[in-house]
Design a protein around this ligand. Sequence first.
Ligand SMILES: [Zn+2]
Length: 271
Amino acid sequence: MPEIPDLEAIRHYLAPRLAGRVVTETRAPLAWLVRTGPAGPPSLVEHGFGSIERRGQYLLFEVDDGRLLVVNPMLTGRFHWVEAETRKPPMLGLVFVFDDGHELRYSDQRRMGRWYLLDGPEALGSIPQMEKMGPDALEIDVEAFLVRMRRRNGMLKPTLTNQDVIAGIGNAYSDEILWHAGLHPHRRGATLAEEDWRRLHASIRAVLEESIALVDATVQAEGIGAKEEWRQHLKVHRRAGTLCPRCGREVKGQVKGGSETNYCVGCQPLF
Ligand SMILES: [Zn+2]
């Protein structure tokens, strides 16, 4: 599932490429992907895109007439920026053809992604998950974070990945952030002192910002489309059985409900 660093890198890659280009045709082989607005392909012909923003796990493409094209790529949604003659990927869902022969394509192997065409930013609340979404993990300041976490007694990992509490962190980066902060993923919120919460907030920023820089560099060099997430730099997530790069003890893995949680038995004590 793409998380903040993946989505930021896609956004940074696409924004300068879309700038100044005009859509000449839209195709929606999987028309039902688009959840609101008129049926069929979004009518963006003769329009261009402005800025691309991100909120939590959603990317927001601003259309030059004020409309907003919003997407949550979920597990397997991929963006492709290609020349028109490039071979089509499987499960192609949406295609925007531009006046210079480039295409922005979206494919989705498991067809779980969702697109929304809105009249403007004021309609974002009409997307059910966005209405109740918490502040973005990169935006929230430490004081607001402390207020938000004060009443939370759930385990740290599900708290961090709950998009209604704080948005944009998923299974992979919650492991990395908790490792960085030296906190066990199963610790309960009520066992943390204020300084622990402050350290966790600092780790969210540090891990995400460092990862954005690394993923950005990879994506600028390799392009998008081959993957939907870039994870080669992670220290503990999906590294069960390896040795912790900080303390040398073993990285453990626990699989629950199809998703894996990884932590170090040495520097992330439960109590
Ligand atoms: Zn360790």
